[in-house]
Design a protein around this ligand. Structure first.
Ligand SMILES: Cc1ncc(COP(=O)(O)O)c(C=O)c1O
Length: 373
């Protein structure tokens, strides 16, 4: 690696990004699916611009994401929106920039699926009511879900005037069993309407790189395309950027508290909020289960629970040591905050061993955030 980055830093590994894109491209070629990148995972400009030639478009969740996608993409590329939160005052603008909109409820469909928006390909998000996740915080098919229309309640008249259906039901899935079972159920329930439609969006949630055999996926997409003449979209987020970013931090203090070593980092859980949100201990590159030295890695904010967890090392942790959290590309930077006034990490790209600084936040950014108009 060239000069070490300023700490803390998010480092985008171009090689890893390239590998994700190559796999998606292969899936696209072999199955005929269309690939959208779900920008909610990481909407950083350099990532979007780099991905742009490799995808059919972006999927978005709000007006701002749609505007951002519109700015980055070429006009013939797709922008697919689905959200429970379409507001009446946004619909005109959304309809001018989105190519596809999937309404989250029949109410929203009725309110916004109008002839004045006919340039948009309108769809409905369906909820197949088939759960595969034990943690209901991630489960769109949970009881009393707010995400999509219960597919058992959909009647023929609900489909009239629509061009597509959207579903998204899993998170960090490492096999295709849920997809196959869900599509089975979806076809049994709504298959009779598929020939009236032009597209089916299967959402995101699958970690394609962690799946060894893609044959079932390829077969499924081919069948859907052949049997119903549908364009089939996938919209991965984490599968594209998840393992392409690492967060690098430095130990800035080290002391013993109640008999255990505490190592304070120059980052915090606010740079990776899912650690606290889901109480998950993140992986670090420097720990070794065979070591004899333990340390509790903590963040530098005032929150007592700003703790990454206890790790084992081959040697005692000391001030100045580097700690690297790998695979934090998805939902990390986008959820990061400046709690306690700590700056965001600087963002770098790593390409063929060369580090390049892409974005450095400073006091002026912090000040602007808090200044009144
Ligand atoms: C509708 C929709 N599509 C796509 C995604 C991307 O999912 P993932 O990053 O797990 O691939 C999400 C994630 O929440 C989503 O809600």
């Amino acid at each position: 690696m060239s000069n070490p980055p300023t700490s803390p830093a998010f480092v985008i590994d171009q090689q890893v990004l390239q590998e994700s894109v190559e796999l998606l491209n292969e899936l696209r070629q072999r199955s005929g699916c269309r690939v959208l990148y779900s920008i909610k995972a990481l909407p950083f400009e350099s990532v979007l611009k780099w991905l742009k030639p490799h995808v059919d478009g972006f999927s978005v969740s709000s007006l701002f994401e749609a505007q951002w996608a519109y700015e980055v993409l070429d006009k013939e590329q797709s922008i697919h929106l689905t959200t429970p939160g379409i507001r009446p005052d946004e619909m005109t603008q959304l309809s001018q920039i989105c190519s596809h909109i999937s309404f989250n409820s029949l109410n929203q469909r009725q309110a916004f699926c109008r002839t004045e928006h006919e340039a948009v390909s309108m769809g409905l998000r369906v909820n197949p009511k088939l759960s595969f996740l034990s943690d209901e915080r991630f489960d769109p098919c949970r009881l009393h879900s707010k995400l999509g229309v219960d597919m058992h309640t959909i009647a023929a008249q609900d489909i009239v005037g629509l061009s597509g259906l959207h579903m998204h039901t899993v998170f960090s899935q490492c096999d295709y069993v849920p997809l196959l079972q869900t599509l089975d159920k979806l076809q049994q329930q709504l298959g009779e309407y598929f020939k009236q439609l032009q597209w089916l969006n299967l959402g995101g949630g699958y970690l394609f790189k962690d799946i060894n055999d893609h044959q079932a996926f390829i077969q499924l997409i081919r069948i859907l395309r052949r049997k119903y003449a549908l364009d089939v979209y996938i919209e991965p987020g984490k599968a594209v950027v998840g393992d392409a970013l690492s967060l690098m931090a430095t130990v800035i203090d080290c002391f013993v508290s109640d008999g255990k070593t505490i190592a304070v980092l120059d980052t915090s859980i606010n740079h990776n909020p899912e650690v606290f949100e889901y109480q998950r201990q993140p992986e670090i590159l420097q720990s070794d289960a065979l070591g004899h030295y333990q340390a509790i890695l903590v963040g530098s904010t005032c929150l007592a629970g700003d703790v990454f967890g206890e790790y084992t090392f081959m040697r005692a942790v000391k001030i100045g040591d580097i700690i690297t959290f790998p695979k934090v590309g998805a939902y990390t930077l986008v959820k990061a905050n400046r709690f306690n006034g700590y700056n965001y990490p600087t963002i770098y790209s790593l390409d063929a061993g060369t580090l390049k600084c892409l974005k450095r936040y400073d006091y002026a950014d912090y000040r602007k955030h808090w200044l009144a108009d």
